[in-house]
Design a protein around this ligand. Structure first.
Ligand code: MF3
Ligand code: CO
Ligand code: CO
Length: 249
């Protein structure tokens, strides 16, 4: 699939969608605590997204049954909110919000700490954020897609963590998922050359244990194969001549 190059007017719309997703993510962050259910998070995201004039992109996407992915502890991504799942002290939980506003999508996630969290898990969350930021930092016109994954893998490996290879970031624009696929385990100097106006997500999933994942019988929930915790952060970015513009910062 060809990769779209967005002009200033389209980037302005991507930014509005990205900022709406970011703001909804922040509203959720302010309400998370032990005792809330992941279904509560889903209700907040539905309500807050609509309040901003958007729609939740994930709701009904390929049959996904909720407005937001909520992924706790050993759940890597695509966790389905449930009334029976309560946050407890010591959890780490990723909330992944995608908003469609005025025909464009913004996609962002963060992993939050619930109450008192073990040192090892706090380290994992910190590594995931730094890995995402290291990927974002190498984006500029002329850089290669492989540079992004290489930067991510270096941060993760230096901390003794692993990077999930089976899922990656994605182009984004008038659809939530577009070309290119953004691997989080690249090799520097390889892959597609980035051009100003390309829009994609960077969303590394970092595991405390082994990188392997498996899908639960619900067809959505991705968990670590070894049951160890996983953390993720996601931004939507647009390539510029000297770097990138973060739509979801
Ligand atoms: N927001 C997710 C991503 O980062 C999309 C998950 S697809 C869903 O790509 F259907 F599970 F919502
Ligand atoms: Co995404
Ligand atoms: Co996302």
């Amino acid at each position: 699939m060809p990769i779209e190059i967005f002009g200033a007017r389209e980037v302005a719309r991507l930014r509005r969608a990205g900022e709406a997703a970011r703001d909804t993510r922040a509203v959720v962050a302010g309400r998370l605590r032990a005792g809330v259910t992941t279904a509560d998070v889903d209700a907040w995201v539905r309500e807050d997204t609509r309040r901003r004039g958007g729609t939740p992109s994930q709701l009904g996407y390929r049959g996904f049954p909720a407005a937001v992915c909520v992924s706790r502890n050993h759940v890597v991504c695509h966790g389905i909110p449930s009334r029976g799942e309560r946050l407890v002290d010591g959890d780490i939980v990723n909330v992944d919000v995608t908003t469609c506003l005025d025909g464009f999508h913004g996609d962002t996630s963060a992993t939050f700490l619930v109450g008192e969290v073990a040192e090892e898990r706090r380290m994992l969350v910190d590594v995931a954020r730094r890995a995402r930021d290291a990927g974002v930092a190498v984006v500029r016109e002329g850089a290669r897609l492989g540079d992004v994954g290489a930067a991510i893998v270096e941060v993760a490996r230096a901390a003794g963590c692993s990077v999930v290879t089976e899922l990656g970031g994605h182009g984004i624009g008038r659809t939530m998922h577009a070309s290119p696929h953004v691997s989080h385990v690249g090799t520097r100097g390889t892959g597609m050359r980035l051009r100003a106006g390309m829009a994609f997500t960077i969303e590394p999933m970092i595991n405390l244990g082994r990188p392997e994942v498996r899908t639960l019988d619900d067809g959505w929930t991705i968990v670590t194969a070894d049951g160890a915790p996983s953390a993720q952060f996601e931004h939507t970015v647009v390539v510029t001549r000297d770097g990138c513009a973060i739509m979801t910062a």
